[in-house]
Design a protein around this ligand. Structure first.
Ligand SMILES: [Zn+2]
Length: 259
């Protein structure tokens, strides 16, 4: 069991390295496969030893081997967090189909989180295909059967996902219609995706948690005068975190809440 966790932690480090490529290139509409990894400053191709997660960054002291340009600190952070999440998910799900799906969801959420944080963008080319995948995955995802039960498991799971999507859509569309300012339509689409992923009733956990987190952080930033009321709120950033927490502990949180 513990070997499994170590293996998935390592896998996560390397996947994290690829997620960095996606985060860099997707908002710029570049291919994530071609060309291979290179330094953005000097264009030198990076080899395996330049790209070894975290270790390379530490070994090269955060600078490009060829031109000494600083490598963004985000690179090792994303690698480390991906490794950590992969380890936690493999511990939670064991070797199973759910593990595969949750690893995909975690990777997706990390990309959405960082792209929104850095570019204030939620990309359609990420959300739309992911919605379709989430619907397909819902057949293999533990829906609400442990919480609420419909007669057939397959319909149960699909309905759970669809209902979650509808609730996510409404929950994010309402503040968008009321406030407009500070929220984009991308956040509404992301709310829908999150609902399709987490399903009913866990979508409530994801959405409520993101609102609470967003509220606390916004209040802190206003109090510290770092931000003003006019600044946009990175809703997708909070929603990505709360969805990850929901994937890991959603059922426990829901049952605790009901109790
Ligand atoms: Zn360089």
């Amino acid at each position: 069991m513990s070997l499994l966790i170590v293996v998935f932690a390592l896998l996560g480090l390397f996947v994290g390295s690829f997620l960095n490529v996606c985060i860099d290139r997707l908002p710029r509409h570049q291919s994530i496969i071609h060309p291979g990894s290179h330094c953005d400053n000097c264009n030198n191709n990076l080899n395996f030893w330049d790209l070894f997660p975290i270790i390379s960054y530490l070994w090269l002291r955060g600078k490009c081997r060829y031109c000494q340009t600083h490598i963004p600190r985000r690179i090792p952070i994303v690698e480390g967090i991906t490794g950590l999440l992969f380890a936690m998910l493999s511990w939670k799900f064991g070797l199973s189909l759910e593990l595969g799906i949750s690893l995909f969801y975690a990777s997706l959420l990390i990309i959405i989180f960082v792209i929104d944080l850095e570019n204030q963008l939620v990309l359609d080319k990420i959300t739309y295909p992911s919605m379709i995948l989430a619907l397909i995955f819902s057949f293999f995802w533990p829906g609400m059967e442990e919480l609420i039960s419909f007669p057939t498991e397959i319909i149960d799971r699909l309905l759970s996902s669809l209902a979650g999507g509808a609730i996510g859509l409404l929950a994010m569309a309402l503040p968008y219609v009321i406030y407009r300012r500070g929220m984009g339509f991308g956040d509404v689409k992301l709310g829908t995706l999150v609902g399709l992923m987490t399903g009913f009733p866990l979508v409530f956990v994801a959405i409520l948690m993101s609102w609470i987190m967003g509220g606390i952080v916004a209040a802190l930033l206003l109090a510290l005068k770092v931000k003003s009321l006019k600044d946009p709120i990175p809703s997708a950033t909070f929603l990505a975190i709360s969805t990850m927490v929901t994937l890991l502990w959603g059922s426990a949180i829901w049952q605790w809440y009901l109790w």
